[in-house]
Design a protein around this ligand. Structure first.
Ligand code: SF4
Length: 321
């Protein structure tokens, strides 16, 4: 399977704080990789590092981000911007922030198509209506003339996805794309992302705190905890039989993906502060399987089965969900 985006040993630091510590994963061409974890796990910082959009004072200090075979770490900003502009599209939590409030949505979609394809204004306008239709915006010709504030949250997010498609990206980076939406439309937006991914063969890096989002839309998942990837594998298998106690706890905390019992158990305790990380395994203060070794020795991410990586000394003893 070809890999579009390959991240290896990525370290991101802000002064003395190490925000990402050796993060690695692959986004296969034409597939969706989900990155899941609690708030503060580093998943959004990972997305920002891939985009080259880290906040001031935060930088990649080592590691590799290879996109389509091109190494992005150390690339001059102008070339980085070119990759971002032509090959990567972004879909964020708040569609209003991604849209220009004083321009009709159809115009915004067509401007992306004009930049990418060099189309005439008329042809780009027709393409915009086609794309709005394709992403499920009803009455697309009429809605193309609407301003963002005249659309519902779900329709705005569909318009943002139409804008993304107009740029014909190789990678869509979707960071909590449904978190701000009504529950009733969340599934439909995830279904739409899965549909465009399958139809266009585009790859998707999907960031979410919610395992149900992963179950719905990602073929593969990387689970992050306190700045590290702690488990990685095919979504269905990983949810059915986790090989890291944190993944198992996440699964138990979510009713819809909890397969073996009616009980839903919140994860005890809180994620650690980056300024005061626990020794050894960062999950040990919350882990029901913690052993003396776990307090002193940080586990490496290792193969624990077919197509499965886990960073746990006791991965083979983890008792599923
Ligand atoms: Fe728990 Fe130890 Fe595994 Fe960490 S290494 S997750 S503390 S069993």
């Amino acid at each position: 399977m070809d890999t579009l985006l390959r991240v290896r040993d990525l370290v991101v630091e802000a002064g003395p704080l190490r925000i990402l510590d050796g993060v690695g994963f692959d986004v296969p061409a034409g597939q969706t990789l989900g990155v899941v974890g609690e708030s503060g796990s580093g998943k959004t910082m990972t997305a920002n590092a891939v985009l080259g959009l880290l906040p001031a004072g935060v930088s990649v200090t080592s590691g590799s981000i290879a996109f389509g075979g091109t190494e992005l770490v150390g690339l001059p900003e102008s070339r980085r911007r070119a990759v971002r502009g032509s090959d990567v599209a972004m879909v964020f939590q708040d569609p209003l922030a991604a849209l220009n409030p004083v321009q009709p949505v159809g115009r915004q979609v067509s401007e992306v198509a004009r930049r990418r394809e060099g189309l005439s204004r008329g042809a780009a306008g027709r393409l915009a209506v086609e794309l709005l239709d394709r992403v499920g915006v009803p009455d697309p010709a009429q809605r193309a003339r609407a301003y963002p504030h005249q659309l519902s949250g779900g329709l705005r997010q569909r318009a943002v996805i139409a804008m993304a498609l107009a740029g014909r990206p190789r990678l869509i980076l979707a960071d909590e794309p449904t978190t701000a939406l009504d529950v009733s439309v969340q599934g439909r937006i995830l279904g739409l992302l899965a549909k465009v991914q399958a139809e266009d063969g585009v790859s998707v890096l999907l960031i979410s705190h919610d395992l149900r989002v992963m179950a719905h839309a990602a073929q593969r998942v990387a689970v992050m905890y306190a700045g590290r990837v702690v488990e990685q594998g095919a979504t269905r298998e990983l949810l059915r039989a986790p090989r890291h106690p944190y993944t198992a706890a996440l699964v138990r905390s979510v009713p819809a993906v909890h397969t073996r019992s009616a009980l839903v158990a919140p994860i005890p305790g809180n994620p650690p502060s980056l300024a005061a990380l626990p020794s050894g395994c960062r999950f040990h203060p919350r882990c029901p399987l913690a052993a003396p070794r776990c307090r002193v020795e940080q586990p490496a991410l290792r193969e624990v089965g077919p197509d499965r990586l886990s960073a746990c000394h006791r991965a083979e003893e983890v008792n599923g969900a």
